[in-house]
Design a protein around this ligand. Structure first.
Ligand code: FAD
Ligand code: NAI
Length: 475
């Protein structure tokens, strides 16, 4: 096996493994190094996303939603369920199987694309514009060389000071996805994406969930109207979210965790939980990379410093995904990975940061792309807005899920779509149409004039586009 590669990718998450595949497709002799281990100590490529992020969380969101439907909404459809039970061990087992299918899928893709995979930790030894020496420390230790290096080492959960993750009582995303008994009282610190998704999973399975959020506004980055609607819908389901809190001491006892905090009125509070999820954001992971050996520059927040093309301060060293600036999203990491491989090949790889979609997989889902109404106001952009509620959509009525709306924001003069915001059923799928439209710089009228299948949720998208011109047909 050759130990000298054209391209070596350090990290096999969505940023890294996709970069490696694209580089191999472009004809480079490529290697990918990833250290993640499965429970048997074997390779588990796919990173945070596959092992303790996107994939397992969506598996549990799906299972818990089925359970909630069976216990609450089947009756409306005339389906009577007797003796409904929860087999959490099986649910977690299914989630683990889904994860393994994805790990194995990536190993298969490496073989198919002739990417050499190394299981272990990759670290810089030395190097310059002529090439880099990388040490791989796994079951054995070896040294490989690379003309080009792509760093895609991802991120880790951020802990609160004085409350290290033990994954038994104080849980990061890793522990939150592997609780073996539904807690009676579950505390969540941080009402961000993970807090709301994991809070939803465990609430649906029977936990009493309290989310404690430092900011006074709910989902501050989301369009205000959509965030307000989502807040109302989640509260109705029983998810308690306390905003504007200041977290004090957190103490893990033998069987529970106590959290001292000050509420939004300044009153001292104490809450005791069976488990506590801390989801207050993530920090870039450069541990073990030995960045100092080659002088790889980090920024003041610990991210690898890159320019708009993902170039680091070192010649022929690139970095992508969660370990660099920008949203911590799997699809953003993938797009950067592809773009870098293409730039190495002399092509014009490109990532459009204005059209990266966001999805929060609560029920209903929250999805958006482009500018929010508050951003447009702050930027002084003249805009028109159009909204359409799922309540007036035939397919949503048939589904039995009429919560939420689609909202379009378009330029007041040109009608170009500037943002699309959805809270409602299958928002994660519906948002793709808006992304395509914005990528092609479509106007709201373009969407309004396109024939959408009936009955479908996508008709709500068309109607919201019509509403921009105040001519919705069904509302
Ligand atoms: P990672 O996926 O973190 O992969 C980095 C890999 O590099 C890891 O395997 C790590 O072990 C390896 N590594 C690190 N250092 C070394 C080294 N020195 N040598 C060898 N290997 C190394 N995003 C979405 O878009 N949609 C979602 O639904 C979603 N859900 C999420 C749910 C949760 C609970 C969490 C925590 C995150 C979620 N994310 C989601 C975010 C998403 O997981 C990340 O944005 C994405 O994984 C980043 O990809 P990456 O390749 O940059 O890094
Ligand atoms: P987040 O940034 O989404 O939310 C963190 C929340 O914690 C914020 O609301 C913040 O105000 C709050 N917070 C911070 N410090 C606090 C403190 N001391 N006390 C109380 N609240 C505090 O981060 P999260 O949820 O940890 O997720 C990390 C990242 O993972 C996300 O930003 C996202 O990029 C990614 N992710 C994406 C998903 C998706 O695309 N569906 C799902 C899950 C994660």
């Amino acid at each position: 096996m050759s130990k000298n590669f054209d391209v070596v990718v350090i990290g096999g998450g969505p940023g890294g493994y996709i970069a490696a595949i694209r580089a191999a497709q472009l004809g480079f002799n490529t290697a990918c190094i990833d250290e993640w281990k499965n429970e048997k100590g074997g390779p588990a490529p796919g990173g945070t996303c596959t092992n303790v992020g996107c994939i397992p969380s969506k598996a549990l969101l799906q299972s818990s939603e089925h359970y909630e439907h069976a216990s609450h909404s089947f009756a409306d459809h005339g389906i009577e369920v007797k003796g409904l039970g929860l087999n959490l061990e099986k649910m977690l087992g299914r989630k683990n199987t889904v994860v393994k299918q994805n790990n194995d899928g990536i190993l298969y893709l490496f073989k198919k694309n002739k990417v050499t995979f190394f299981h272990g930790r990759g670290s810089f030894v030395k190097g310059d514009a002529n090439g880099y020496e990388i040490k791989v420390a796994g079951a054995t230790e070896e040294s490989i060389t690379a003309k080009q290096v792509i760093v895609a080492t991802g991120s880790n959960a951020r802990a609160l000071p004085g409350a290290a993750f033990d994954e038994e009582l104080i849980l990061s995303n890793t522990g939150a996805l592997a609780i073996t008994e539904v807690p009676k009282k579950l505390g969540v610190i941080g009402a961000g994406v993970i807090g709301l998704e994991m809070g939803s999973v465990w609430r649906r399975l029977g936990a009493e969930v309290t989310v404690l959020e430092a900011l006074p506004t709910f989902l501050g980055a989301v369009d205000e109207q959509i965030a307000k609607e989502a807040q109302k819908l989640l509260a109705k389901q029983g998810l308690v979210v306390n905003l504007g809190v200041k977290i004090g001491d957190i103490k893990a006892g033998k069987k529970d965790v106590s959290v001292d905090y000050t509420d939004d009125k300044g009153n001292a509070q104490k809450a005791v939980f069976d488990k506590l999820i801390v989801s207050i954001g993530r920090t870039p992971n450069t541990t073990g990379l030995n960045a100092e050996a080659v002088g790889l520059k980090l920024d003041e927040r610990g991210f690898i410093a890159v320019d708009g093309d993902c170039k680091t301060n070192l010649p022929n060293v690139w970095a992508v995904g969660d370990v660099v600036r920008g949203p911590m999203l799997a699809h953003k990491a993938e797009e950067e990975g592809v773009a870098v491989a293409e730039r190495i090949a002399g092509q014009h790889g490109h990532v459009n940061f204005n059209t990266i979609p966001w999805v929060i997989y609560t029920s209903p889902e929250i999805a958006w792309v482009g500018k929010t109404e508050q951003q447009l106001k702050a930027d002084g952009v003249a805009y028109k807005a159009g909204t359409f509620p799922f309540l007036a959509n035939g397919r949503a009525r048939a589904l039995g899920d009429t919560s939420g709306m689609v909202k379009f924001l378009a330029d007041a003069t040109t009608d170009e779509i500037l943002g699309v915001h959805i809270v409602g059923p299958m928002a994660s799928e519906l948002i793709s149409e808006a992304v395509v439209a914005m990528e092609f710089r479509a106007s709201a009228e373009d969407i309004a004039r396109i024939c959408h299948a009936h009955p479908s949720l996508s008709e709500a998208t068309k109607e919201a586009a019509l509403a921009v011109d105040k001519r919705a047909l069904n509302f």
